[in-house]
Design a protein around this ligand. Structure first.
Ligand code: ADP
Length: 484
């Protein structure tokens, strides 16, 4: 049988452009699928950083006829990992300073509907009979709201490819005024409850979830949670209706990029057999961040977007109590300005004990994974989460709230799980400051027992979070959708 052809549409892909976990997935899953013999091509908008890396790409199509959209071109080349890459070059929509979704002030681009409708539309053209390419995908794999209109556009083409949409975070829905239905070239009839209408708006994500042949999300637990009122973000009805076509697949991690044995960002590489090297990374991290260089004090790490979702407000609330244990805290992240300020104020109040760096810093994120003793993820909800898997690989037990992919990937440490070798972190139930505090105390108690702590760290490092397992699960979904 001919190789399955998949067009993977995404608004970010590491290492080219990254704001969060979607980029990690888009950088790694297509490569893992290629290894399984799937013929995958990634389609990505031509933001400035992307364009700067594809000067040798070949122009394979020009779209001058798409009503309502500026002229765009499709460039073809390869990502560094060898995966074929199609870049949608449309300077009027993508060539600007700022991020993929927001300007330099953190405001959403006012033309985001048009920017990501174009991405979706071109994906649908490539998945349709009239594609300008000789390569015809069997299935278009969309990701999040930014490519959510693709299944809607495909729905109105005959003989088009099948489609799957992956929800990386249901909280981001791409809801825009109704007038966009017309301007973005969709029929008026699509604006209905049985279509892309969502509470008086047109919803890109709902379009994807309604029209796609199958829906996946990034952990089995999150797949259950989003069918319920608390975490369904208003979409639980539709997701319940489509429960037979909804699959949760835990993300993998890029084990080359996140490997303490070869990570170029670390002061000292280490693995589970040479675990002592980890201590040097703690020392280097304390030094870099201006913390007291004390090997014995537990160092808690955070690398995160600073948003309500991530629950860091609880951590900040109990920080004064944590100082009494004592522990040290290092935080890297950005987002909510009030939360950034609160964190920075605490750093000023507790010099040498709390250190905060506001910003996005890839190297420091690796150094925190390696240098911290434990990694904090008190998220209110977390579709999958990657850092808790990175931290386990780095022998840095994560402390997580019992939600989404965190619950699927961390096994709480207790006498039973320590004895059977499955313990890999600490899980707290009930999103309160006291529960978080109590669990940190519990973790510190284990930390003080060197033997138990070492066992826990080594359990973490022995876990398999490779993409291969996840990619096979995606392949099963594709096969099911395509009736193979
Ligand atoms: P989300 O996608 O919700 O932000 P994930 O845990 O799925 O959360 O993925 C976040 C990714 O972004 C991880 O690779 C994490 O290390 C990275 N990241 C988040 N904030 C920063 C930061 N300030 N600097 C460097 N990397 C960051």
């Amino acid at each position: 049988m001919a190789a399955m052809k998949i067009l993977f549409v995404t608004s970010e892909a590491a290492p080219l452009i990254k704001t969060g976990g979607l980029a990690d997935v888009s950088g790694a899953l297509p490569a893992a699928l290629c290894k399984l013999g799937v013929d995958v091509r990634v389609l990505l908008p031509g933001y400035p950083v992307v364009m700067s890396k594809c000067s040798n790409f070949e122009v394979v199509a020009t779209f001058t006829y798409l009503t309502g959209f500026p002229t765009s071109r499709l460039l073809s080349g390869k990502m560094d990992n060898g995966v074929p890459l199609l870049v949608l070059d449309c300077p009027g929509l993508y060539q600007r300073d700022g991020g993929p979704y927001q300007d330099t002030q953190g405001r959403d681009w006012s033309d985001n509907a048009k920017r990501f409708a174009l991405l979706s539309k071109v994906a649908a053209i490539l998945g349709g009979r009239a594609t300008p390419l000789a390569w015809h995908p069997n299935l278009v794999h969309c990701n999040d709201w930014q490519s959510g209109l693709t299944p809607a556009y495909l729905h109105y083409k005959s003989g088009a490819a099948a489609s799957v949409i992956t929800i990386h975070n249901l909280a981001f829905q791409g809801n825009f005024p109704r007038s966009n239905v017309h301007t973005l070239g969709l029929p008026a009839s699509s604006y209905s409850i049985q279509g892309l209408e969502f509470h008086g708006m047109m919803s890109f994500l709902k379009a994807g979830m309604f029209y796609a042949d199958h829906i996946t999300t990034v952990s089995p637990n999150y797949a259950r949670e989003i069918q319920q009122d608390e975490l369904g973000f208003g979409m639980q009805g539709l997701l319940n209706d489509r429960t037979a076509q909804l699959t949760g697949i835990l993300n993998g991690i890029d084990e080359d990029e996140w490997d303490p044995a070869s990570d170029p960002h670390l002061s000292k590489n280490y693995d589970s057999k040479n675990f002592k090297g980890k201590a040097l990374n703690k020392q280097a991290l304390q030094k870099r961040m201006g913390l007291e260089e004390d090997a014995s004090i537990p160092l808690l790490g955070v690398v995160s977007r600073f948003t309500h979702q991530k629950g860091l407000d609880l951590l900040l609330e109990i920080a004064p109590r944590l100082m009494e244990i004592p522990v040290q805290l290092v935080m890297l992240g950005s987002g909510d300005v009030a939360m950034q300020n609160a964190a920075q104020n605490l750093a000023q109040r507790y010099p040498g004990k709390i250190a905060v760096m506001v910003g996005f810093n890839e190297a420091l994120s690796h150094q925190i994974e390696a240098g911290a003793d434990m990694f904090m993820m008190p998220s209110r909800f977390e579709p999958c989460g990657l850092n808790q898997m990175y931290s386990q690989r780095y022998g840095t037990p994560p402390l997580v709230h019992d939600t989404g992919g965190l619950a699927d990937s961390v096994v709480d440490c207790n006498s039973t799980t320590l004895a059977d070798g499955s313990a890999s972190g600490f899980v707290f139930h009930g999103m309160t400051a006291d529960n978080l505090h109590h669990t940190i105390l519990r973790a510190v108690a284990v930390y003080k027992n060197n033997k138990e702590w070492l066992t826990l760290c080594k359990n973490c490092m022995a876990k398999d979070f490779s993409w291969e397992t996840s990619a096979k699960a995606y392949l099963d979904v594709y096969n099911k959708v395509l009736g193979r």
